[in-house]
Design a protein around this ligand. Structure first.
Ligand code: VG1
Ligand code: CO
Length: 544
């Protein structure tokens, strides 16, 4: 097949963020924009030549078009084989699993996660390496460097590839295999959890659940696993069909965007268990009847109860959390006598710890949790873990969490997001707080006394790589924390994230509203950073 070498010019904005390159669809459709980035992956990763690549996405607008382009570029760049999820569908954790299972050299996942989709929405592309995990910074930096120098890309003149039927085809020299996107992943889940106990729970007639797939990628996965393999009634999965625009909503599993589920779970006829996942299937929200499980608490509860799940029966080697995630899991690790690592935000920082077998579970406050079964966060895995716990303990979600708080105390936690702020103003705010850090230790604000303040940096204990500028931390003597960070996934201006945490052990103080329990810290966050003055916003856009 004829190969074209097309002249192009570098774009200078192709630096991957927290999780891949994310831009508005219109931006991705600029001439050669997608092609430049894909060629930069191939140019900077010579190990892909002659090897297998996994390809799929969350089904959002432009997914199918991008897959056709990438297939023709893969052929022109001498990839031996591309394995594609049928219909172009692969959730992020399913892609991670396929890379590992097939021994592929890497994978390309087309997703902008929880960002809205459609012609006016966002698109994204992530490259995962041979361990199944997101490319580490050394790799994303190499891709970025290649994108700044690119002069040509290679693409084959090839016919349109049918990606809607399972099977093998040949595109010139390259093999293409279209696979069922769900089967391998569902088998993996079945190998980890006690499906018999979960099936008995779901079919007992005294337990009801709902899963909101948000018209995103997890619909087919949740139907197969929950409704087919576990026998939950039809209709357990809400909004199950993946849509190119997610039905016009943000596929973001929180109480705002999973509105119907939230209304159901906090209503009079609430089911026992509710859950949701995001655009690409790597996030999870867990709800009990009238009860929201904070993602940081969720990680801690899973760690404390891991031995109740077949895959983790022998216990955990260690755990890790991203820096802004609450210290609830640290308390569990301490009681289990296992190490707890603190990494920068983003799943790529867990990869080495998992590969080096230092940790078994890890998670982030942003509704992300997973284990060593893949190298990505995994939404449905977390939902199944919770179902397994509920089945094994015979207790409700809220009973399990309240019992946890009684044992370990409660880490009141909240994240306040200020979205679409002017980038220069956001940088200025961060710079002002950064320069005030040295003065802060020792200062007192009411009952809060600052113990330390720094700009978080991380040295990877496995390969010694260093990542700096990962968030401004203010630590208090009572272990409360305040963190300021700018998002690395947005596509409109800057998003300021303020993370707030306070540990409470008094038994009669464990059931407060988080915003109320954190009020003094919330005031202090404003006082230190003058958020209102800088952003013109007197309240956050999103509170989780
Ligand atoms: C956010 C979250 C982070 C997560 C990342 C990717 O990043 O805070 O914890 O790893 O999204 O998740 P940021 O830089 O915007 O804070 V996903 O599900 O969007 O791939
Ligand atoms: Co996601």
């Amino acid at each position: 097949m004829e190969i074209s070498v097309v002249s192009t010019h570098p774009y200078h904005d192709q630096k991957p963020g927290t999780s891949g390159l994310r831009k508005q669809v219109a931006h991705f459709r600029k001439s050669h924009y997608l092609e430049n980035f894909v060629q930069s992956i191939f140019d900077s990763q010579p190990g892909l030549q002659g090897a297998e690549l996994i390809l799929g996405g969350d089904g959002r607008f432009f997914n199918r078009e991008a897959i056709q382009i990438i297939l023709r570029m893969a052929l022109a760049n001498e990839i031996r084989k591309v394995t594609v999820g049928r219909g172009g569908i692969l959730s992020t954790p399913a892609a991670s699993h396929l890379i590992r299972k097939r021994g592929a050299a890497g994978g390309i996942v087309l997703s902008a996660s929880h960002n809205p989709g459609g012609p006016g929405g966002d698109f994204g592309i992530k490259f995962n390496v041979a361990n199944g995990g997101p490319a580490p910074e050394s790799v994303t930096n190499a891709i970025y460097a290649a994108s700044r120098e690119i002069q040509h890309y290679r693409i084959a003149r090839a016919p349109h590839v049918d990606i809607d039927h399972v099977g093998h085809t040949q595109l010139g020299e390259m093999e293409i295999e279209i696979v069922d996107p769900v089967a391998d992943y569902a088998d993996l889940m079945e190998s980890l959890f006690d499906f018999d106990a979960m099936r008995a729970l779901l079919q007992s007639g005294r337990f009801q659940m709902r899963f909101d797939a948000m018209h995103a990628v997890t619909g087919p996965y949740a139907r197969e696993i929950l409704e087919e393999r576990l026998g939950a009634p039809q209709g357990t999965v809400m909004r199950p069909e993946p849509l190119a625009d997610f039905g016009g909503r943000h596929p973001d599993p929180n109480l705002t965007h999973a509105r119907e589920l939230a209304e159901l779970m906090f209503g009079r006829e609430a089911p026992d268990f509710g859950a949701a996942s995001d655009g690409d299937g790597d996030r999870n929200m867990i709800l009990g009847r009238g009860f929201f499980v904070s993602p940081s608490d969720s990680l801690a509860v899973l760690a404390a109860n891991a031995r109740l799940v077949p895959a983790y029966r022998d216990g955990l080697r260690g755990v890790a959390r991203s820096m802004p995630t609450s210290q609830a899991v640290d308390a569990v690790a301490q009681s289990l006598g296992i190490p707890c690592y603190e990494t920068p935000t983003g799943w790529k920082f867990f990869g080495n710890l998992l590969d080096d077998r230092r940790i078994t579970l890890c998670g982030e406050e942003s509704f992300g949790t997973s284990s060593d079964h893949v190298r990505e966060k995994d939404g449905l895995w977390a939902v199944l873990f919770w179902l397994n716990l509920v089945a094994a303990r015979g207790e409700s979600v809220s009973e399990i969490v309240r019992d946890h708080w009684r044992r370990f105390g409660r880490h009141y936690y909240s994240r306040h997001d200020y979205e679409e702020i002017d980038s220069e103003r956001a940088e200025a705010l961060m710079e002002r707080v950064r320069s005030a850090l040295p003065e802060l230790p020792g200062q007192e604000f009411g009952a809060l006394r600052i113990r330390a303040a720094d700009d978080f940096g991380y040295t990877d204990p496995v390969d010694g790589s260093i990542s700096t500028g990962q968030g401004l931390r203010i630590l208090f003597e009572d272990d409360s924390r305040l963190v300021y960070r700018l998002s690395g996934t947005g596509t409109h201006g800057a998003t300021l994230r303020v993370y707030l945490e306070r540990h409470e052990t008094r038994p009669d103080q464990l059931d407060q509203d988080s915003q109320f329990a954190l009020a003094p810290l919330i005031d202090l966050a404003e006082q230190i950073a003058d958020i209102t003055g800088c952003t013109g916003k007197d309240r956050p856009d999103v509170i989780t």
